[in-house]
Design a protein around this ligand. Sequence first.
Ligand SMILES: NC(=O)c1ccc[n+]([C@@H]2O[C@H](COP(=O)([O-])OP(=O)(O)OC[C@H]3O[C@@H](n4cnc5c(N)ncnc54)[C@H](OP(=O)(O)O)[C@@H]3O)[C@@H](O)[C@H]2O)c1
Length: 286
Amino acid sequence: MKVLVTGANGQLGRAMVSALHRRGIPYTGTDIDTLDLTDEGAVMRFVQADTPDVIVHCAAYTAVDKAESEPELCMRSNAWSSLFLARAALAVGASLVLISTDYVFDGEGSTPWEVLDERRPLNVYGLSKLQAEEAVRSLMTRCYVVRTSWLYDADGHNFLRTMLKLGKSSRDVRVVCDQIGSPTYAPDLAAFLCSLIRTDRYGFYHATNEGFCSWAEFAQAIFDDAGIHCVVSPIPSVAYPTPARRPLNSRLSKNCLDERGFDRLPPWRDALRRCLMELRLRREIL
Ligand SMILES: NC(=O)c1ccc[n+]([C@@H]2O[C@H](COP(=O)([O-])OP(=O)(O)OC[C@H]3O[C@@H](n4cnc5c(N)ncnc54)[C@H](OP(=O)(O)O)[C@@H]3O)[C@@H](O)[C@H]2O)c1
């Protein structure tokens, strides 16, 4: 099996490449510096030359707030590029994994979203990912659509890194407490994707670390586990206006994993501790 990973310089792409490497699975990693996925001709040429068996599509325009003022770029980068990749995958007989998001849901209610629940995104980014899901599913049967949430790793531009930086300079931070979801450690998601692509169990999935929390609880856990003395003041989303509206209920049900015979990912708190351990080993935190 040969795998093509898009977005290989991003949080999930890096984790995916390293998971494949550790398992001895041949792969090609590409990012915008080697292949701009909004260029349909280039995508087709690249995929036809690479001839992967599976494409794991981690690349995306992920600047959720900026997307509100750059809707066309966001749509091209997320929806159109997924369509181009699907066409190229079909041309070479490859299967495709599309990574999608909790932001395809509107965040109403408090029960976890099932994979086939109605999608009603609140922002441009969510809409672009919904259109990516539809483009891929309308063209392909051999595809997996894997929704995840609140991704982080030890290196990316993410909430964990922001809190660690803030914790060094502030004694208290205000963090929203009414958006509930699951922080997801990119290496844990990559390990799941490695199991998934070995199967022909195509379809929709939700894959996040286990358990739910608010951003404020996640921030407090980061400070507690990193030994940082910083107090988290919980605030409602209305007190922290952002260009993009975000869903309040981002709980994703993982029943699909049980039903299709996959292990659930580890609990989010356990994943956080492993990520902080990595930063400690690198001496980036005490
Ligand atoms: N981050 C989250 O919290 C989150 C939550 C749910 C789902 N997801 C989804 O999970 C996947 C991985 O997210 P991530 O956090 O790993 O993203 P990331 O760190 O932002 O990495 C995405 C990579 O894709 C590249 N890219 C953007 N446009 C491209 C294009 N036109 N052609 C080729 N490459 C392009 C980016 O390059 P530049 O950096 O140069 O733009 C970046 O290296 C994405 O599909 C995302 O939508 C993420």
